[in-house]
Design a protein around this ligand. Structure first.
Ligand code: ATP
Ligand code: MG
Length: 400
């Protein structure tokens, strides 16, 4: 199960530290700290945590209550919990009026009890959303398709998964950050002259309006931000640009699918650091196994190990099995996609995702299952199956 993301808001730095100590539980991930400020609001919108813990010592002012109320309007679906040292009936009632789900004490409560209380609030809210059939806006998940070895199927799978997510009704941005040799534009036969380089060079800056202007809308409904057509433009895009682009996109998409090159460089590392998950795409052969080991070690040194998911692609009968990867990394293989050269070849020639061009192929079936798994883990809800598309719907769409 996914960790529950918490954002801690408090103007009191010492109190933030106390809260951090109280939520030392595996079930939670702290996505950041801030005060009751504009930055706190931006962080809430961008990171879209499941819970904001609003901590105050002493009297809770009206301005803090108003701040929380406003926060809950802009980040609909986030749960607010107030943490205070002087809880009485008046405070609890007032908190409820402002949409706060629970008031927790900061003193005289152990870490376990504190965590259990938050988990209960979260579980009740989840059940309420399910019971009322409400569609909760889910936090954006960024997934990097990576691996230190060329040609393992990163692009094929990124395009396939992004298309399936879009067909399941999710808001998806597919971003080609293989800045030198990106070929998403070809894989989807997109008709656009713009790329991420136009975005970072535009005088208007990296804004959501410009992201819309320079990305292209695919007929599945997903947006695609392409890599530059020529490799000499790759250096125009810096790590800072990548971080900002991801940050700006987050509130507007449920999934950012990022196709990466097979090498570590500043932009790739930054993309990995800003993703929730890194899908390492490998084949079941000895060079892949060896490369995966090196890649894993580097990502571990970069403190990215927890994000790693191992995906095997083009699996064929071989001496190297999924089990060898699992034993080496002590991780279950997240998805195992078989090889089907003729089906993939046909989809490439048509400029369509394999799941669209060859829906009955075992590759498409495996990509579809992998996508369902991503949605299930992310939302905790079984996804609705995508309907088969009429072929003519997949004509290219030009945006600008
Ligand atoms: N499951 C599969 N079965 C058969 N062929 C596949 C499969 N997945 C990918 N391919 C083929 O393998 C080749 C490499 O795939 P792809 O371009 O997706 O890899 P990549 O990891 O993105 O490569 P690069 O490192 O150059 O970016 C392509 O010709 C693609 O059509
Ligand atoms: Mg590629």
């Amino acid at each position: 199960m996914e960790k529950i993301n918490l954002l801690v808001l408090s103007d009191d730095i010492d109190l933030r530290i106390e809260i951090k100590d109280l939520i030392a539980d595996e079930a939670f991930a702290i996505s950041g700290y801030s005060g009751f400020t504009a930055e706190g609001k931006t962080k809430t919108v961008n990171k879209f945590p499941e819970i904001v813990l609003c901590a105050v010592r002493g009297e809770v002012s009206d301005s803090v209550f108003s701040f929380i109320q406003e926060l809950l309007t802009v980040a609909r679906g986030t749960i607010a919990i107030l943490v205070n040292d002087k809880i009485d009936v008046d405070l609890v009632n007032k908190a409820a009026q402002y949409g706060i789900r629970k008031v927790l004490p900061v003193d005289g409560i152990g870490a376990q009890e504190f965590s259990e209380n938050i988990k209960t609030v979260f579980a009740l809210e989840k059940q309420r959303v399910l019971d009322n059939n409400e569609e909760r806006r889910v936090r954006c998940k960024a997934i990097g398709f990576f691996g230190g070895k060329g040609g393992t199927g990163k692009t094929t799978l990124a395009v396939g998964v992004a298309s399936q997510l879009a067909r399941a009704g999710k808001r998806v941005m597919l971003m080609d950050l293989d800045l030198q040799f990106g070929d998403v534009v070809m894989a989807l036969d997109l008709d656009t002259k713009y790329s991420v380089v136009d975005l970072v060079q535009d005088r208007g800056g990296i804004t959501i309006e410009n992201i819309n202007n320079f990305s292209v809308e695919h007929s599945t409904g997903m947006s695609v931000l392409c890599a530059p057509k020529s490799s000499e433009y790759a250096d125009f895009v810096t790590a800072a640009h990548v971080e900002r682009i991801i940050d700006i996109m987050r509130p507007y998409y449920e999934y950012l699918i990022i196709d990466l090159p097979s090498s570590f460089n500043d932009t790739t590392i930054t993309a990995c650091e800003n993703c929730e998950e890194i899908f390492l795409i490998y084949n079941n052969e000895i060079f892949s196994l060896n490369n995966a080991k090196v890649c894993y070690t580097i990502l571990d040194q970069l403190h990215q190990r927890d994000k790693i998911r191992i995906i095997l692609n083009k699996t064929e009968k071989s001496l190297i099995r999924a089990q060898d990867f699992e034993e080496m990394f002590q991780l279950p293989v997240f998805a195992d996609i078989p090889a089907d050269y003729s089906a993939v070849f046909m989809s490439v020639n048509k400029g369509q995702a394999i799941t669209v061009a060859q829906p009955k192929s075992p590759v498409s079936k495996a990509i579809s299952d992998m996508t369902d798994k991503i949605i299930r883990i992310h939302t905790g809800i079984e996804p609705v199956k995508a309907k088969p598309e009429k072929k003519k719907m997949f004509a290219k769409v030009k945006k600008k």
